[in-house]
Design a protein around this ligand. Structure first.
Ligand code: GTR
Length: 372
């Protein structure tokens, strides 16, 4: 299949060396793939955890009719351009017997974590259902990290941390998807500080543009134990070469602020990119990854989303995990749970639904977060 789509071989270095062991993957190929994605696609983030970062938490017990404890966390930080904050809303099961594993949603659809905490019963973020299954439900609103419009990278965390002093913004500078992924890392910083959370079992979940950010967050920040992409499509889970629906040209024209300036040069030149999105999934290996699609989401191209799992599998195999093996593209509503890889194609339109969440948790229960 690699040959069919003309994909770059995930196991051959830029210098032509074939990778045959997990150690060589980690030391030689993975770093160069991460660098290629930074250079050509998502851009380079100028900062990791800010030295100035602090957490401020308000706790309310007995919410969700007693089923949950709510924590509203403000993550504050400063850069040369001023002060910023990201709010994190967290529901923990009241009956937890130890630190909870977490599903963190990078929310791209209106405010959930703001002044009026969500009741936790929306299909897009069914926090009550997540808590009932023994997970902590966490959410941050990506627009608090970086507003989702093109303003020349002045607002959000770009304005705080970018310092190009009179120079032109570099063509490999980070853009909005990378900023959102960075925000996920700051939530992870918080989880590590909270004894009620099991920081070794944190999943990052995102839908669509949020799913692109979740995948990049999982690649950049290896503290995430599990990565879930729901209908992330173009420059998310979907392979770009031969992709139907949205293309690199379309996405950069409509959302010029999502990716690095360098990426714009690949409009109509997908086959010249030194990476494709199966390499992003591979960068998450050997950690578990779940990709979900919907039948009517042709813009995202479900078969191209599925293909990235199949083409990332050789890297999982280096670690001894079979992935989805050679599973054919499945029928709708018949989830595939493989070793460290899951996939489903839900009947319906582009959306994040209770069906999707239930499958993510079924997979997590049986693999990444067993024995909760
Ligand atoms: C679309 C965009 C997709 C996807 C989607 C979404 O307009 O073309 O790549 O990100 O928005 O976020 O819902």
């Amino acid at each position: 299949m690699t040959k069919e789509r003309g994909l770059p071989d995930v196991l051959v270095t830029q210098g032509g060396e074939r990778i045959g062991t997990a150690d060589d993957w980690r030391e030689k190929r993975r770093p160069e793939i991460m660098d290629l994605f930074r250079e050509h696609v998502y851009g380079r983030e100028p900062v990791g955890r800010p030295a100035s970062q602090t957490f401020h938490t308000a706790v309310t017990t007995d919410v969700m009719a007693g089923a949950a404890v709510r924590k509203q966390v403000e993550i504050r930080f400063e850069g040369a351009g001023g002060a910023g904050r990201i709010r994190l809303l967290l529901y923990l099961p009241s009956d937890r017997r130890g630190p909870s594993p977490v599903l963190l949603l990078l929310n791209n659809r209106g405010a959930l974590a703001g002044d009026e905490p969500d009741a936790g019963d929306t299909p897009f973020w069914p926090a009550d259902r997540i808590v009932a299954r023994g997970y902590a439900a966490a959410v941050l609103d990506v627009e608090e990290v970086d507003p989702d419009f093109d303003d020349g990278f002045r607002n959000g965390v770009h304005g705080l941390f970018d310092r190009f002093e009179g120079e032109e913004r570099p063509a490999d500078a980070w853009a909005t998807i990378a900023a959102w992924a960075w925000g996920a890392g700051r939530a992870m910083d918080y989880f590590e500080s909270d004894p009620d959370i099991d920081a070794s079992r944190v999943a990052v979940v995102g839908h669509s543009r949020g799913g692109k950010a979740a995948l990049w967050a999982g690649a950049v920040d290896e503290r995430f134990a599990f990565v879930v992409s729901n209908e992330s499509g173009c420059t998310g889970a979907a392979i770009s070469r031969g992709k139907r629906g949205e293309t690199i040209r379309d996405i950069n024209a409509q959302f010029p602020h999502w990716f690095s300036a360098n990426y714009h040069a690949f409009a109509g030149r997908e086959e010249e990119l030194p990476v494709d999105q199966h390499m992003l999934v591979a960068a998450i290996a050997p950690r578990p990854v779940y990709v979900a699609s919907a039948t009517e989401d042709e813009w995202a191209d479900p078969s191209a989303e599925f293909a990235s799992l199949i083409h990332a599998a050789p890297v999982y195999r280096l670690y001894g995990y079979r992935g989805l093996q050679d599973a054919p593209f499945p029928d709708p509503d018949t989830p595939l749970f493989g070793e460290r890889m899951g996939y489903h194609l839900r009947t319906g339109v582009h959306d994040l639904t209770v069906y999707d969440w239930d499958r993510f948790m079924d997979f997590a229960d049986n693999g990444p977060f067993r024995n909760i």
